[in-house]
Design a protein around this ligand. Structure first.
Ligand code: AMP
Length: 216
């Protein structure tokens, strides 16, 4: 049983890796971005509040995200372990996560930092296609679906995220550098951080993570 956090800039491959890793190790995949997008499409109070922040490419306020995450952690599947993708995004959230886990008598076991260069990030984000049905990620050229516009996993329609456009990507990278990058040192200091070079192929990065989990 493992509790894993994936760190890295937008476009590092967190979502792609988390999905495959979760299936392989039978862990729950928790993506705060996916949860927020589900709330936005369902028109919930969380969604209505989060939408404008997400469209600008800035962080949704911690209070909202922490509440949403805390509810997700009340679900029973969490007990067999999880992979967090897109959370924590700042030091305040990292501390909130520790508090939430402490109430359940547990903590984080491993943090993978997917180091990715800016050119790769921009190329990945501008070509990204996401499934409306299951949230799986594809890429117009790097990871195309078998049938254009259709998800390989569930047959759902693929779309381009509204925040995957040049101007918003720029904001998201600035927010990452300022607010999220300090988490690297934070988890390094706790001795839980494993750094991976993530510019290359998804499959290679995945096998490296599996190897590190086995030896942890
Ligand atoms: P992602 O799918 O992880 O790229 O997240 C998309 C957007 O959702 C981000 O640009 C933020 O606006 C918001 N978001 C996702 N996770 C968080 C979080 N942990 N804290 C604050 N905002 C978040």
């Amino acid at each position: 049983m493992m509790r894993i956090v994936l760190l890295g800039p937008p476009g590092a491959g967190k979502g792609t890796q988390a999905r495959v890793l979760a299936r392989r190790l039978r862990l729950s995949h928790i993506s705060t971005g996916d949860l927020l997008r589900q709330n936005v499409s369902a028109g919930t109070d969380f969604g209505l509040e989060a939408k404008s922040y997400m469209e600008k490419g800035v962080l949704v306020p911690d209070t909202l995200v922490n509440k949403m995450l805390s509810r997700r952690f009340d679900e029973p599947d969490i007990k067999s372990g999880f992979i967090l993708d897109g959370y924590p995004r700042n030091l305040n959230q990292a501390r909130a996560l520790e508090e939430i886990l402490k109430t359940k008598g547990s903590g984080i076991d491993l943090v993978f930092y997917l180091n990715t260069s800016e050119g790769v990030i921009i190329q990945r984000l501008t070509g990204r296609r996401v499934c409306k049905g299951c949230g799986a990620n594809f890429h117009a050229t790097n990871m195309p679906p078998k049938v254009e516009g259709v998800c390989d996993n569930c047959g759902g329609a693929l779309y381009q995220r509204t925040d995957d456009v040049a101007e918003t990507i720029k904001n998201r990278l600035e927010v990452y550098a300022k607010e999220s990058a300090p988490l690297i040192n934070y988890y390094e200091a706790s001795g839980k951080l494993k750094r991976l070079e993530a510019d290359g192929e998804a499959g290679v990065v995945l096998e490296e993570m599996v190897r590190l989990i086995k030896f942890s």
